[in-house]
Design a protein around this ligand. Sequence first.
Ligand code: KIV
Ligand code: ZN
Length: 514
Amino acid sequence: MSDQLIIFDTTLRDGEQSPGASMTKDEKVRIAKALERMRVDVIEAGFPIASPGDFESVHAVASSIKDSTVCGLARALDKDIERAGEAIKPANSGRIHTFIATSPIHMQMKLRMEPDQVLEQAVAAVKKARQFTDNVEFSPEDAGRSDPDFLCRVLEAVIDAGAGTLNIPDTVGYNVPAQFGSLIKQLRERIPNSDKAVFSVHCHNDLGLAVANSLSAVMNGARQVECTINGLGERAGNASLEEVVMAVKTRKDIFPCNVDHLDTTQIVSASRLVSGITGFAVQPNKAIVGANAFAHESGIHQDGVLKNRETYEIMRAQDVGWSDNRMVLGKHSGRNAFKTRLKELGVEFDSEAELNEAFARFKELADKKHEIYDDDLQALVTEAMESENENIRLVALKVCSETGETPHANITVNVNGEEHTSSSDGGGPVDAAFRALEAIFDSGSELLLYSVNNITSGTDAQGEVTARLKNKGRIVNGQGADTDIVIASAKAYINALNKIQADAPRAHPQSGDV
Ligand code: KIV
Ligand code: ZN
């Protein structure tokens, strides 16, 4: 029997470090539940010391997840570890992941510490974390650029101090597969007590090699991979969960371990949920979860697939959940059917009022769109939950757009109970709507990205818009969904303005500020 590969998902922590990808507590719980349905082994829910909101989110995930281990990140500092220990307390199974940098450049330039001091702090951190849980993971940050001799010393010492998982990060995505695999092999062979810990890897995708490096590590003895849905994460992202999992599942013949415990049919819905919540669209040709991943365009391919699927397909679309986006509800569906389907999707309402609000939105949508799919429901709930805490709401929007005429928008918004109206011309109807909003708020934001994606297919599909704004150095993603894409655009811009207003300072785990 081959070993089971431990899947450690860090969408809610490293994924959230992508500019603009920050998630609310409720959104994190929804994603965590989707990961639990997939039977992911470990969910890294956040960095509790970053802010009170981050603490609350990790605590809420730890309280709602029953089957997966819930992990909190902590620098190798007492105050971080205490906060992480407190945040994971309600978990059935909780883990603390503590880290300190070990590469010469990080130790000299960021930490301003000598190697021996780093070693001492790493050991102290693991011992401290063991006061809260038996399940402690240690990462030598920037291991991919660290001296292997020093890594061996640090890792041997933290195993003795009680770390059960040693995570080897390629923090800046600098490694290449053969080299990274051989680093893992070398560490396992040279560290005398290496058999007492599980080796894990955490690869970034700066050279597009995160998945390849992770898989090379697995071939060389790593038995945990840290990854994220859609490959979300700092800069170019992390290894993508769906690619790692499906590679190991599809190439059972070569991998020395398996992912048989995972329900891979949950992958596509988890991918859509994460992209809907964060506003990070999935490119159509993205492996496994891209819209074209299982589409056959050329006649030759179609002919082959019709004769025998395996001529051009190495995986079945339904094994990753492509056929599962069922039409579940319509205009005549009742409140109970709505509530039940959402429960199956991991969404539970805190109050009757919340359910009623979401159901009213559903009825409105069902009037415009006959077939309501799971993805429509997820978008609707995301919007309903976000709008609960929003001070600015869209009341009305009228746009005139005609060949040969300058587009014009009239917009009314409600700000803390007071209505404001304004109008503007624009290069197009969306531009006019955004200008009309800026005429009210004068936020001085820069629009970094604007994208529209259809949530489902068909001309009556809802458009899901992302508007990424930069304001005083901070980046936020606003989302809006509607069957009218100009209205969806205005909602997205308003959602981003709300996020700018709700701005709370939070620490970045790897910034070096203490
Ligand atoms: O990339 C990295 O090194 C990290 C650590 C905190 C594990 O995210
Ligand atoms: Zn990382």
